[in-house]
Design a binder for this molecule. Structure first.
Ligand SMILES: Nc1ncnc2c1ncn2[C@@H]1O[C@H](COP(=O)(O)OP(=O)(O)OP(=O)(O)O)[C@@H](O)[C@H]1O
Ligand SMILES: [Mg+2]
Length: 434
């Protein structure tokens, strides 16, 4: 077999047009938010809501929520990028989003705000000016973000939370343990002021994937908000929290002290429209093909539409399925894949995966779970004529293998959902051909 470097070259692309990473703020990335973003429906209020939030002088707090893979991170990245280059009321933002961790309290939160923002400022002002500034030097010493001479290594927030001996740099020997949270808050204020002196109206912090904190129930996330409430009121700072569908109602609303400092409506993101998904692909085909060169669409548009329906519009799953299909094609195949072949191909890929990992009754039960899509222990027990205990023993394995996730708890019922990639199994290609 020929080892081609790039699966996508035969279609005329330099990279995977169906890559599902969130669009980057970095202009140098193959798919940046500047070039590859498609506006959500103009009739939708989500963009307007976020705009109005960021337009409010003085800072604020807002929640952006929606189903997995609908484009939340990309949406927030896009808006951050817009405001960085706005004519007036410019807002500076760390380059990457901040992922909140399960065990975070106020201190970890403050440290990560400080380090991500100062890293951004370092890029903005350059190494020399950065090193001259006393506030920035101090933050660097505390957060461990420093460039080791000769290595070009730049630490990042990943250093935080590992405990131990971080917090020293050649200029200073401040230890994190010696600094109080109040002092960290003062540093944050000083940093925001510094940024304002540089002509920005404020800063935007993008806190991503808050659902990671709710795995063991919403209480963790509520505690987090109670703990960081004071930090969130930093003048000039805009906090955007991205989380699962219903997060505002479940987590923020029951906490009067927290709710009172939040923008009263969360931004709710629906899946992109069918037309927008089509546009996303078109843009990517053009961006990833060398100028003036021809390209071949890897799939016929019917395929995209079919997947769009199966996955209820969640673009991440649509694109992952296409990548998976193309990866299974023979190398010589360089024409658009049609709908029938795509259906048959996906069916085979997914059922093959199942047959390799699950056996006998476990496989039977899982297929029933796929038919139900969202299930409980007892819904499977009833359908299969088994006891709940017999079903229960399979669940840890399914979750471990990412075949299913725990969706939520409603009263005494634990709901689970099968990973959407299996839903193609409900559309038997052979049945339709009969
Ligand atoms: N408006 C858009 N224009 C262009 N591409 C988009 C748009 N929205 C989403 N995408 C693409 O769809 C994919 C999923 O988007 P993203 O990662 O932002 O979703 P998400 O809702 O944050 O997902 P998760 O719930 O897993 O965090 C990415 O590849 C992203 O580039
Ligand atoms: Mg995301």
């Amino acid at each position: 077999m020929e080892l081609t470097q790039n699966l996508w070259e035969r279609y005329g692309f330099t990279d995977n047009p169906f890559d599902t990473k969130a669009l980057s703020l970095n202009k140098a990335a193959p798919l940046s938010v500047q070039d590859a973003y498609v506006e959500r429906d103009t009739s939708s209020t989500s963009s307007r809501l976020l705009m109005n939030f960021l337009r409010n002088p003085g800072g604020g707090r807002i929640v952006v929520e929606g189903e997995p893979g609908v484009g939340k991170t990309t949406f927030v990245n896009y808006h951050r990028q817009l405001w960085e280059s706005a004519a007036d009321h410019r807002l500076l933002s760390p380059l990457t989003e901040i992922s909140v961790r399960e065990d975070w309290g106020e201190r970890d939160f403050l440290l990560s705000l400080l380090s991500s923002l100062s890293a951004r400022l370092r890029l903005d002002m350059g190494e020399k000016a950065f090193e001259k500034n006393a506030v920035l030097r101090k933050i660097t010493a505390i957060t461990g973000v420093h460039v080791e001479k000769g290595h070009g290594f730049s630490g990042s927030i990943s250093i935080i939370g590992t405990g131990g001996g971080f917090g020293r740099s050649s200029n200073s020997t401040v230890k994190v343990g010696e600094i109080t949270n109040d002092q960290l808050r003062e540093l944050l204020s000083a940093l925001v002021t510094l940024i304002q002196q540089r002509g920005f109206a404020g800063v935007v912090f993008h806190l991503d994937n808050l659902e990671l904190l709710t795995r063991k129930g919403s209480q963790n996330l509520r505690d987090f908000f109670e703990n960081v409430r004071d930090v969130l009121q930093e003048p000039g700072a805009y906090f955007i929290f991205v989380g699962h569908e219903g997060m505002f109602q479940q987590v923020i609303a029951p906490l009067p002290r927290v709710r009172s400092i939040f923008f009263d409506t969360p931004v709710h993101l629906e899946p992109l429209s069918h037309a927008a998904v089509k546009q996303v692909m078109q843009k990517r085909y053009n961006l990833l093909s060398p100028p003036g060169m021809q390209w071949i669409a890897p799939v016929e548009y019917d395929v995209v539409f079919y997947l769009y329906e199966i996955f209820s519009g969640k673009i991440r799953y649509v694109m992952n399925a296409i990548t998976s299909l193309i990866s299974h094609l023979p190398d010589s195949y360089a024409r658009p894949l049609g709908l029938d072949d795509a259906k048959a191909g996906l069916y085979e890929i997914v059922s093959g995966e199942l047959q390799r990992t699950l056996r006998g009754m476990e496989l039977e039960v899982f297929l029933e779970a796929v038919r139900q899509s969202r299930f409980t222990n007892s819904s499977l027990a009833v359908a299969m004529g088994k006891s709940k205990q017999q079903i229960q023993k399979y669940l840890p394995n399914w979750i471990e293998s990412c075949f299913a996730v725990h969706a939520e708890k409603e009263g005494r019922n634990q709901f689970y959902e099968v990973d959407p990639r299996f839903l193609v199994l409900n559309e038997s290609p052979t049945k339709e051909k009969e």
